[in-house]
Design a protein around this ligand. Structure first.
Ligand SMILES: C[S@@+](CC[C@H](N)C(=O)[O-])C[C@H]1O[C@@H](n2cnc3c(N)ncnc32)[C@H](O)[C@@H]1O
Length: 365
């Protein structure tokens, strides 16, 4: 058994936890933005592939309690089998985080770890740094004096899928978009509509959820370059994931008032392989909602704070009223704390961060 850490956005921990449990892995600890679990080696491939809500999967090389001085810290880092973990010729990045620990100086934690790793490597006298390819990230986590030495198995954050062309305004991260679809309570057989679709991410993530497509199927992961992980592992997990896909028909619509944004969203959907499965159109949200009066809405209207050219306030007032007056279900993500007061409908509120902005997902009750 090995130990792992999944990092998550704040307030998405419960969703991440459920996904780990779905794979029958044992959760050992849950903290803010961190879910620890233990599992076999296959979890490296499986959890990277099924990365719907989390950011990075770390493999925990070693954990030690009560590490309170740098000599002990150096020795523990030095004793690890770095020749196994660092493929020859790779750049190494050492990052460190310290929470409520005696060893708190980040730059010293990084510097000492690098010294210890270099000393334990025979094949090379120094670590190559600061390049953007062939990188292996070693992360040092000091948490209440417990040291964890970890390897980033994912590489780039897992919210970065592979399909997205970025020309929209204030796009949601893919994992947040996926979370909204789940939090909205959408039952996949109902038509789903995003009336402020921007990059189309909500619609694309919704289709992937409905079809049970593993979000990491077409991207690369850092662990694919490691020779201590069997090459077949990822292929086997991909085959397993493919066997779990559904081939149903789903009605998913997405529109935006900006033509160039809709064109770009269409290209992303087509890149994702969904060219004919999401119906895109260019129109004002009022017009779109008139046609969709009993559908499921999952949307991210303009915020005002980030995009001030749209009439964010007018849009929020109109949306609150339409939720109150029609059978439209679902909800919106918004940083507008007054949203509920604008109409006469009750919403279930769920806190979320969109980038650095605190928001709520307002789901109509
Ligand atoms: C916050 S962004 C949505 C971002 C999107 N969720 C994504 O992930 O890319 C808001 C979008 O609303 C669109 N918009 C603004 N006013 C609109 C209107 N009256 N009708 C429809 N869309 C509008 C903007 O063009 C913008 O793409």
């Amino acid at each position: 058994m090995y130990n792992y850490l999944l990092t998550s956005s704040l307030w998405l921990e419960a969703l991440v936890k459920k996904e780990v449990q779905k794979q029958w892995y044992e959760i050992t600890e849950v903290q803010d933005k961190a879910i620890y679990f233990s599992a076999g080696e296959e979890a490296i491939a499986r959890m990277n592939l099924w990365s719907r809500f989390w950011n990075v999967l770390y493999f925990i090389v070693w954990a030690a309690k009560r590490v309170r001085d740098f000599d002990a810290y150096f020795d523990i880092v030095y004793q690890q089998d770095w020749r196994k973990y660092i493929p020859e010729g790779f750049e190494v990045v050492v990052n460190a985080t310290s929470i409520k620990s005696e060893l708190w100086a980040i730059s010293t934690l990084q510097w000492v770890a690098k010294k210890a790793i270099v000393k334990s490597l025979v094949w090379e006298g120094k670590l190559r740094e600061n390049s953007d390819k062939w990188v292996i990230e070693i992360r040092i986590l000091m948490d209440n004096d417990t040291l964890r030495i970890m390897l980033n198995t994912s590489g780039d954050g897992l919210h970065r899928r592979w399909y997205r062309e970025l020309t929209g305004q204030a796009p949601l991260k893919e994992n947040i978009a996926a979370a909204l679809v789940i939090l909205s309570g959408w039952k996949y057989k109902q038509p789903l509509y995003d009336v402020f679709c921007g990059s189309g991410t909500i619609a694309i993530e919704a289709l992937m959820i409905a079809k049970n497509i593993a979000p990491g199927m077409k991207r690369r992961f850092a662990f694919q370059d490691w020779n201590w992980i069997s090459r077949e592992l990822l292929d086997e997990e991909k085959k397993r994931a493919e066997s779990k896909q559904f081939d149903g028909e789903y009605k998913i619509y997405a529109s935006d008032i900006r033509k160039e944004v809709v064109e770009s969203a269409k290209r992303s959907a087509s890149f994702a392989g969904f060219a004919s499965e999401i119906e895109f159109s260019c129109q004002d949200y009022k017009e779109a909602l008139r046609k969709a009066s009993s559908w499921y809405i999952v949307s991210n209207p303009p915020y005002g704070i980030r995009l001030d050219e749209d009439d964010a306030e007018g849009i929020h007032t109109w949306l609150a009223e339409i939720f109150a007056q029609t059978d439209i279900q679902g909800g919106i993500i918004s940083s507008d704390l007054e949203f509920e007061k604008r109409g006469k409908t009750k919403f279930k509120k769920r806190k979320l961060y969109n980038g650095w902005e605190m928001c709520y997902f307002y789901r109509k009750l």
